[in-house]
Structures are given as C-alpha cells and as structure tokens.
Design a protein around this ligand. Structure first.
Ligand SMILES: N[C@@H](CCC(=O)N[C@@H](CSS)C(=O)NCC(=O)O)C(=O)O
Ligand SMILES: [Fe+2]
Length: 236
C-alpha cells in the first residue's frame, strides 16, 4: 500500500480496474475530516465503505479534470453522503465549488493547494499536499508518461509548460500520485520523472513530436463519460 510521509494524514490509494483509475482519500487523522480525489461511479460503494470504516467525514469530492475514460463518482457520492461538495476547475462542468490557480481547501488541519496544469485538457489541475510531500497530478503527469493531447482542447506545448513550470519545480522528493497507471505502478517522484520520464525529460520540440505520434485509440467509455462528467456523473 502506498504511504505518505505525514503521520497525521490518513491516506488511501484505491484502484478502479476497468479504466485503470486511481482514487485517493485523504483525511486529518485527528478531526477525521476528509476529501476524495477522482472517484469513479462504479466504485462509489467501495469508497464510501472505506470512508465509513475509517470513521471519516467526507467534505469534498474533487475531480482533477473532466475525465474522458470513466464516469465520475462525485454525483453519486453527494447523493449517498449529503453535505459533500463537488469541486472542479473547469467552469463548463457542474460542481458546487469552482477552484482556480492557487486556491486551497482545508480539511481539519490539513490543506491541499491547486495548481492549474492545462494541456491534457484546459481545466486540468494538480493538487499539492505539502505536509505529505505529495502531488496528485491527474492526467497531466503519469508515471513515465503523461496525458494525451489529441482531444478535449489538448495542447502538447501547453502540457509541457504546465508540467515543467508547475510540477517539476516542486521538490524532487515530492511523491507523484497520478490519476491512472496502465503498467501496475502506484507512484513516482518529481525527481524520478524529471530524469526518467521518456516524454517530458526531452526538449519541448521533441515532446511535441512524440505526442503527435502516439496514435492511441480513443478511451472505450469516452462517449458515455464526457457528457456525464459535465453534470457530475448524474444524468436525468
Ligand atoms: N485504454 C484506456 C484509455 C487510455 C487513455 O487514453 N488514457 C488517457 C488518460 S484517460 S483521459 C491518456 O492520456 N493516456 C496517455 C497514454 O500515454 O496512455 C481506456 O479505454 O479507457
Ligand atoms: Fe483524462
């Protein structure tokens, strides 16, 4: 199980295997106030059980962006745990709270800070928890990879700048927790990705060429996911 260096932060990394999505639960170990990052609709009941088993009080369900490969669980979580607020950067998507660059959210004595990291989508954010020396990168930075830039306002030059100016300027020992992994890895570090990321360690021009030649098939659930995620995963 993945760990973070803050002993008073409750931390769980959860996996949804159809879309290879990581969902994260973070909580203040004293007050038990919690947030969830990138929940998936199919695993909402599992996530709520974890939250209840650990005696946590969920305050916020945060999406790092409008996902194209799975339907968010935020809307169902709000139905099942009244009082939870959904949080997103992208103003096109329905949410209770719209965050912007530099905003932070508090849960107990713990704080997460939002960095705007566009390029995979315009509305992508990375979420930093300094006490845990961790960054939740969504699809901007994956372990030895990065988010594709061939749909949803994707822009590889912008993604390169986002990662280099916002994520790669964090300390090298900060742990990188992505929204997906397709190879069985759970986390990396800023220093490791700066050195070994086969795309983002290259010069910008080369990165742009690599991204233009990925030729990836569209995510299997894209037609269902994109419209649903504009309305928090719940369609009438
Ligand atoms: N096969 C998966 C989709 C894989 C995929 O396209 N992943 C996205 C992140 S979800 S928007 C991506 O950016 N991948 C980058 C890469 O290099 O793989 C499915 O059908 O769901
Ligand atoms: Fe994505």
């Amino acid at each position: 199980m993945a760990h973070v260096c803050d002993p008073t932060l409750v931390f769980r990394q959860l996996f949804e295997k159809v879309s290879s999505t990581y969902t994260y639960v973070l909580a203040d170990a004293n007050t038990r106030e919690a947030i969830i990052i990138d929940p998936v609709i199919e695993t909402v009941d599992r996530d709520i059980k974890v939250i209840n088993d650990l005696n946590l009080k969920l305050l916020y369900a945060v999406n790092t962006h409008v996902h194209a490969d799975h339907v968010t669980g935020s809307g169902q979580i709000k139905q099942k745990l009244p009082g939870v607020k959904s949080v997103i950067f992208d103003m096109n998507a329905k949410a209770d709270i719209y965050i912007k660059e530099g905003d932070s959210l508090q849960f107990g004595s713990k704080k997460i800070e939002f960095l705007s990291t566009p390029g995979h989508t315009n509305g992508c954010v990375s979420i930093v928890c300094h006490t845990a020396k961790s960054v939740f990168t969504g699809d901007a930075l994956l372990i030895r990879g990065c988010g594709r830039t061939d749909f949803q306002q994707g822009n590889s030059a912008l993604l390169y700048d986002s990662v280099h100016s916002k994520i790669f300027t964090l300390p090298d020992d900060y742990v990188v927790f992505p929204a997906h992994d397709y190879t069985g890895q759970t986390n990396s570090s800023v220093g490791e990705e700066k050195k070994h990321n086969p795309r983002l360690s290259k010069a910008k021009e080369e990165f742009i060429k690599i991204m233009a030649n990925l030729n990836l098939p569209y995510p299997a659930q894209i037609d269902r996911a994109l419209p649903a995620n504009l309305v928090c995963g719940i369609q009438n």
